[in-house]
Design a protein around this ligand. Sequence first.
Ligand SMILES: [Zn+2]
Ligand SMILES: [Zn+2]
Length: 305
Amino acid sequence: MLAAAVVSIGVLSLFQPRELILETPSIEVAGERVTLREPVTVRADGRSLVVRIGTRELRAGLLTGSGPGVRIELPGRMDRRYMGSFKIAVTEGVLYPVIYMNLEEAVGRVVAAEMPSAPLEAQKAQAIAARSYYEAPARTHTFFDFCDTTHCQAQFAGSRPQPVSATDGQILRHNGRTLRALYFRSCGGRTRTAAQIGFRDEEYRYAAVHCTVCQRDPHTWTRTLPPGTAAPRSEAERLALGRRFGWDRFPSNDYEVHGTELRGQGEGHGVGLCQRGATGLARQGWDALSILRHYYPGTDVGGLP
Ligand SMILES: [Zn+2]
Ligand SMILES: [Zn+2]
C-alpha cells in the first residue's frame, strides 16, 4: 500500500519553460508510443507541444511517459533527474512538466532542500511534516497537486533526496485528519497562530509556542521600507511585497517600525514548526516526536491512512 503512494509534483514551474529536453526510454504523444534512442526536444506552441523525433514532428496537447525515470533539461539553465512516470502539459506557450513521484522520494527531496545538515531527529520531524503536507488536501494547481517551490514545498535543484527511512509512512494528525503541516525557517522566540498572520485554517489554528532556541539567540534583521510603501500587516501582504521588491526585503512578520526602518526577527511566516528551533532542540537531545508535539500541540503522529 505504502509503495503505491504517489504525489503529482509540478517541476521547474518557476521558470515557465518554453522548451525542454527529455531523456527517457519512451514517450506517448498523439496516441503513439515512441521509443527514444536519444534525448528529444519538446517546445510549446500556444496550446500544443511539438516534439521533433528524427525527421518527424509530432504535435499534441499532452505528452506522457511511463518512466521508470526521466531527465529533464532546461537548456543552459537546469538539468534534473526524477524517478517515476511523468507528463508534460502545455498552455499559453508554457510547458508544465509533472512527475508522478513516489511519496517517500518527494519527502526526501523536501528534507534535502529544507534541512540538509540538521541533526537526524530534526530531519525526521521535517520529514513527517513534509509527508503530512503532501497527504493533506492539495493546493489549487491546474495540472498537478503540488509545485516544487515554497508556495507548496521546495524541492531544490540538483539536490538528491535525503531518505529519512526511520519515519516511513508517518504523518501528523489532528482530530483524526492529516494536518497540512506548515513550517518556516526561524522565529523570534515565539511562533504564531494562523490568525495572527491572517491565515484562515478552520481545521487547525496553530498555537503560539515558546521557542527557547530562537529566544536565546534570535536571527535579527533590519530593512528599510521602500518609499511610499506601508509595512505588511499580514502574510498575504508580506508575500505581495516580496514579489514586488524581492523576497529578502521583508524576511518575516515579526518586526517593529521605526520611521522608515523595520527591525525584525525570524524568517518566514512563523506558523508551525520552527526549523531553527527544531535543529537546536535536536542538538539538545530532543527526539522527533517531542519536537513535533511541541510545535504542533494537540496533534499526534500515526501511520498513513
Ligand atoms: Zn504550489
Ligand atoms: Zn524558533
